[in-house]
Design a binder for this molecule. Sequence first.
Ligand SMILES: NC(=O)C1=CN([C@@H]2O[C@H](COP(=O)(O)OP(=O)(O)OC[C@H]3O[C@@H](n4cnc5c(N)ncnc54)[C@H](O)[C@@H]3O)[C@@H](O)[C@H]2O)[C@@H](O)CC1
Ligand SMILES: [K+]
Length: 501
Amino acid sequence: MKILALEQIRKCEELTIKEEDMPSVNLMERAANACAEWITKNLYQVKRFNIFCGKGNNAGDGYAIARILKAKGFYVKVFSFNPKELPPEAAKNHKRLRELGDIELLSFEKAYELKFEENSCVIDALFGMGLKGKIDDPDFIKIIDFLNGLENVHKVSLDIPSGLYINDMYPEGTAIFKADHTLSYQFWKKAFLHPESGMYCGQVHILDIGLNKNYIDEVEVEHFISDDAKINSFFRRREAFTHKGRFGKSALIAGSYGKMGAAVLSVAAALRTGSGLVYSVSVDSGYHIMQTNNPEAMFRKGGNDFIDTITITDDEYTIGIGPGLGTEPQTQEAFANFLKSYNKPLVMDADALNIIAQNHKLLKHIPEGSIITPHIGEFERLFGQFKNSFERLDEAKKLAEELKIYIVLKDHRTQIITPEGKVYYNITGNSGMAKGGSGDVLTGIITSLLAQGYTSLQAALLGVWMHGKAGDFAAEAHSKESFLPSDLIHQLGEVFKLLNK
Ligand SMILES: NC(=O)C1=CN([C@@H]2O[C@H](COP(=O)(O)OP(=O)(O)OC[C@H]3O[C@@H](n4cnc5c(N)ncnc54)[C@H](O)[C@@H]3O)[C@@H](O)[C@H]2O)[C@@H](O)CC1
Ligand SMILES: [K+]
């Protein structure tokens, strides 16, 4: 699914209105109906709604929803800022509401006297995507602070929580409404996907309001959601009449004394992702651990307690390197020599990236088309600190282009960044995956997919999606708190069953 820029969404709205030859207020009605339907279906225990309207068309949505909910028999109160300042469509909806006569239209001040009943719902129609600068008007700051402080009520934002920008970092010092649910029209917005702003959005629900499909199909964007449709468009089922040679050879260069778990996990993940053969290049002191835990994988010695020799150059192998490698000087040297002589796309994580962070000149030796999978800490060690995640992403886009590599920037919503400057946000997975070892599993999965002939982009997209899906299944089975990275590997079978359906 595409993520559109503000001007593109406005254009899409205009075109929808024009092509369907309808008054613009009808589109607002559509949005309001979609929200009212979502609310009554999903917050079915709520009988009372308190709707807070600002100055723009987001307020118009609020007025329209108030009318629709009232007609369905709910108790509705509407609190407005200054209804004289509204744009035409919002003004029309305000007028319709006033003419109905049986809804209380109140000022913000009245809210401070109200007793908000448990299980009632606050709807935030203060600001939508038309907000400029920060919310620093004392009346708005006061009402937002007050609403944020309410307990035991459901909080729903229309289109976007007031105070946020749709695709950028919000300005420092602005007031922001904190929602439990955000009902976004038609599209995902970057704000929902970055930690600084995402924490205000609660659960995000994308409501189809029937915007012009042709425009959406054709418009060119840089940001996407890596959704099920995208994954299914290139996932390949395992054919019959085949043999192991057709599914690639993965080699995981990983592990050192005391860090064999990372190596075991990455190798096990590569095996469970379907690679025809999996090799482990690791240390002698971890030989028994590796062979016992992963009898299907072959072992090649790369050192005693840490890896000091990497002789694997065979073009047949697809390499994942880094988990548990350590940063001993001899390992650094072996890694540098290997990188300088190896030219096929490979997967790099963890200590491979930490070694590069200490030897920046190695960056230019990363083979084109490779996939690096840093978490935020590793990315910052490599490329420096950034003010916020939006700036970090902008820098990652430049680097991916410059180095001609794919960057998998691991976060709550992991971003897959291509050398062409495109960004795919992954939306599977959960906070239970924030544990040591999860990254090692991902390295194994992506290496295995790359070995099986998926392109670098496909391997990164599918690998991150599968990893997250396995996390969601593991959370269902064991809880987010309790599942282990090794449970992700055990859930890969369920993920493949889903993909094969
Ligand atoms: N995307 C769509 O297809 C549709 C969008 N609609 C709604 O329209 C919204 C956009 O409407 P608007 O563009 O009117 O935007 P807003 O509803 O966000 O209101 C913007 C208005 O608020 C005021 N304002 C802006 N910045 C301010 C600040 N810092 N402090 C105080 N006041 C400020 C200005 O008067 C500005 O015109 C969307 O978010 C959505 O809710 C729907 O009604 C119809 C369909
Ligand atoms: K809002």
